[in-house]
Design a protein around this ligand. Structure first.
Ligand code: HEC
Ligand code: HEC
Length: 280
């Protein structure tokens, strides 16, 4: 009977779907997930170093400045062991690592570089007019980069390992890494201008949200000068027009690929309303 055949066929089709539905997700979740941070308390030093490498170009946004454009020392290219040795033996170095030796001294030097960048400023890289006393680098544990202590440790471990030395940082304790895993989950689109500006770390270079940064120009009153279209162009195609007194290639030029239109519009609205002076 046709009726029975139709039922029989439907059952077979249904079975196939059920089988596939059961098999597919297992197949997909089998390969180890690279980006998945290792559970709390289980991280060894090798995993810390890997984590640091990811943070360097990811959440840490270190490559915004540490690249081959000359704004900051090119940490991934230079001979780190020699550089750290020179810094620590420089008469201008007055930090805590003075009384330490070897990899431990380098750990202290790196921790200062990351969270108190003005303790020692690499010659020629200081803020304009500061005589290399003030670093243009933000404290990476504060806004806008906001790294946790285990994340700072992971970056230090990564840089120690790049310098060919033992990584001496403490490993995360149970609980630490889990909190960080949540931090690193892919965020959805930012819903407010402040969140979008934080997500794209504009405040690392521009004096936004009281960051005081001056790698890029002040953006007060920029709306009146550039208008909506000009702002869109300045953000998506920063090398088309270079702000007076600044070098090309200093601002990331891949925001067009990274931003949602909604995020771009929030930022443009915010900049359009940024008053000429003060009160940011
Ligand atoms: C807004 C630009 C900027 C960002 C973002 C930035 N840095 Fe820097 N960094 C600098 C500049 C400029 C210097 C050189 C001046 C100084 O010594 O503080 C520097 C210096 C350093 C030094 C000392 C280098 C040396 O040659 O002794 C280290 C280490 C360092 N940064 C690590 C990092 C890491 C890791 C990150 C990401 C978490 C980061 N930086 C993010 C601008 C930046
Ligand atoms: C790594 C540093 C850096 C980051 C991060 C950065 N900028 Fe910039 N920005 C600059 C520099 C340097 C200039 C000046 C050179 C130029 O015009 O391209 C600039 C120029 C601009 C200008 C044009 C200013 C003028 O006077 O014409 C605007 C607008 C701007 N940035 C907005 C943003 C926004 C919004 C973000 C975040 C989504 C951002 N920038 C992130 C460094 C940065």
């Amino acid at each position: 009977m046709i009726f029975i055949r139709v039922i029989g066929f439907s059952v077979v089709v249904l079975l196939c779907y059920t089988l596939f539905a059961n098999i597919l997700p297992q197949v997909q979740s089998n390969p180890p997930e690279d980006d998945e941070p290792i559970a709390a308390g289980e991280m060894d030093m090798a995993a810390m170093i890997d984590w640091g490498e990811k943070l360097f170009s990811g959440k840490g946004t270190c490559t915004l400045c540490h690249n081959n454009l000359g704004r900051a020392p090119d940490l991934l290219e230079m001979d780190l062991a020699t550089a750290f040795d020179e810094r620590l033996n420089d008469d201008r170095y007055e930090g805590e690592a003075k009384s330490e030796e070897g990899a431990v001294a380098v750990e202290t030097y790196l921790r200062e570089s990351l969270v108190e960048p003005s303790v020692y400023v690499v010659a020629g890289f200081g803020k304009k007019g500061s005589d290399d006393k003030v670093s243009p680098m933000p404290d990476v544990s504060g806004a806008p980069i906001s790294l946790s202590e285990p994340q700072v440790n992971a970056l230090i471990a990564f840089l120690q390992s790049r310098a060919g030395m033992e990584a001496t940082v403490p490993l995360p304790e149970a609980g630490d890494a889990e909190a960080d895993a949540e931090d690193e989950e892919e965020e959805g689109p930012a819903e407010t201008a402040e969140a979008a500006i934080e997500k794209f770390t504009c405040g690392a270079c521009h004096d936004l949200a009281e960051s005081g940064a001056d790698v890029g120009p002040k953006l007060n009153g920029i709306g009146q000068r550039l208008g909506v279209d000009g702002l869109r162009k300045a953000i998506l195609d920063p090398n088309a027009d270079i702000a007076e007194g600044f070098e090309p290639d200093a601002m990331p030029s891949d925001y067009a690929e990274q931003m949602r239109i909604s995020e771009l519009n929030l930022i443009i609205d915010y900049l359009m309303n940024l008053p000429e002076s003060g009160g940011q």
